[in-house]
Design a protein around this ligand. Structure first.
Ligand code: ADP
Length: 403
């Protein structure tokens, strides 16, 4: 048996998931949250032993002052799981890492050189990289004998051509400061594109797909033959679609103007555009379920927020259709993409001339993990796919440690 442990270290939490790679299934998942905040907690979930039995969860309150002790707690929790068998089958640990800059275009073994390079990239991801680095450090000391791999959210998009990744600003901004499109949600887009090809029984290399990852953060990617050729997030995850609390596309002059007129500092504007904008800025709620229910109760601001959300998706759908030329499939994934028939239907309304039409009955009867929802005469397949970023990280980690 080969097992891979996937870790996602944030500033106050460590999420983990243990996979049996031969069975392609999870053996345990959990998280330590509120690290260093006084009331820390370990949540642990063991999957159902049979398809009909429920999964088992437990939550224990425990003091976890720092990530090192958080990692110790995870190691102890795992060692209580008989399937873990003292770690004898653990062949690799995969770490979710946010920003690989131009240096990392695939999963990479973690060594001192990688850590130093990631430290140099901290200015590109000042909130995420320090937390990712702490996670790597504590996992390396907790499991010194196990190879560890960094899987970057940006890596999948390193195939973008220059005309898609450069911004039309002076060359020196790119050369000296790295100002270019990097794109994010790469593991999700890569996973979904593969699932679509597998489901349709077509080689990935022949399929042109647009993937919409619509969670609290949201992004679209144009994928030609399995390769990302354009994506909506940019230097940071702020660009592109309207999101829960992020603005998405914006005229950059708004920042200049607001800086002059409102007296807001750069940091304050950063906070507003990342945390107080998007659906939340438009109608006061960032959770799409709440926004949709406000809309159905007659809230005009919520109605406008949803209209802007789906309109932006439709604009990217049209743009990426043109980028790809021939379009075979559109896939919706993540919280909103997987669970909201309404958002899928409204994003794809009146697109028959592009060969895209959703069947209203299929759209409301979606069965995970993957399902087609187009009408019988829609030229383009439309699919709803359950994303599994952790499993994709596990697969990439296994491939990296075996190579
Ligand atoms: P994250 O980006 O935090 O991982 P998720 O992928 O879990 O987010 O997506 C969260 C979003 O999915 C929230 O806006 C939530 O309201 C939305 N969502 C979840 N279920 C539904 C549903 N049934 N209908 C509409 N939106 C939903």
């Amino acid at each position: 048996m080969k097992q891979i442990l996937v870790l996602n270290s944030g500033s106050s939490s460590i999420k983990y998931e243990l996979f049996d790679m031969d069975a392609a299934g999870a053996l345990e998942s959990g998280l330590v949250e509120r690290i260093g905040e006084g009331e820390s907690r370990l949540k642990q979930t063991l999957p159902a032993s049979t398809p009909k039995s429920p999964s088992q969860s437990r939550s224990i309150e425990v003091s976890v002052p720092d990530h090192r002790q958080g990692m110790d707690l995870i190691r102890r929790a795992l060692s209580e799981n008989a399937s873990f068998a003292g770690g004898q089958y653990l062949v690799g640990i995969g770490h979710r890492a946010v920003h690989g800059g131009e240096t990392f275009s695939g999963p990479t073994l973690i060594d001192d050189h990688l850590i130093r390079t990631m430290e140099e990239l901290v200015p590109l991801a000042p909130l995420h990289h320090p937390a990712n680095l702490i996670g790597m450090e504590v996992a390396r000391s907790a499991f010194p004998e196990v190879p560890q791999v960094a899987v970057f959210d940006t890596a999948y998009h390193q195939t973008l051509p220059p005309h898609a990744y450069r911004y039309a600003v002076p060359q020196t901004w790119y050369q000296r400061y790295g100002m270019r499109r990097y794109g994010f949600h790469g593991t999700s887009h890569a996973y979904v594109a593969k699932q679509v090809a597998r489901h349709l029984g077509r080689p990935l290399a022949e399929l042109n797909t647009i993937v919409f990852h619509l969670g609290n953060g949201a992004s679209a990617t144009a994928i030609r033959g399995g390769v990302s050729v354009d994506t909506s997030m940019g230097l940071t995850p702020l660009e592109g679609l309207v999101m829960g609390t992020r603005c998405g596309d914006l005229d950059p002059a708004i920042l200049i103007h607001m800086g002059k007129e409102s007296g807001m500092s750069v940091d304050q504007m950063d906070g507003v555009l990342n945390m107080q904008s998007g659906l939340k800025g438009l109608c006061g709620a960032n959770d799409m379920r709440e926004v949709l229910s406000m809309e159905s109760n007659g809230d005009q601001a919520a109605a406008l927020a949803v209209e802007m959300f789906v309109y932006r998706i439709k604009k990217y759908l049209g743009a990426y259709h043109a980028v790809l030329g021939r379009l075979d499939a559109v896939a919706f994934t993540a919280g909103i993409g997987e669970h909201s028939p309404q958002i899928r239907a409204r994003s794809c309304s009146d697109l028959e001339t592009l060969g895209i039409a959703i069947d209203p009955v299929l759209n409301t009867a979606v069965e995970p993990p993957i399902c087609e929802i187009q009408t019988s005469d829609s030229r383009v397949k439309v699919l709803v796919v359950s994303t599994d970023e952790e499993f994709e990280i596990a697969e990439q980690t296994l491939a990296c440690v075996q190579s």
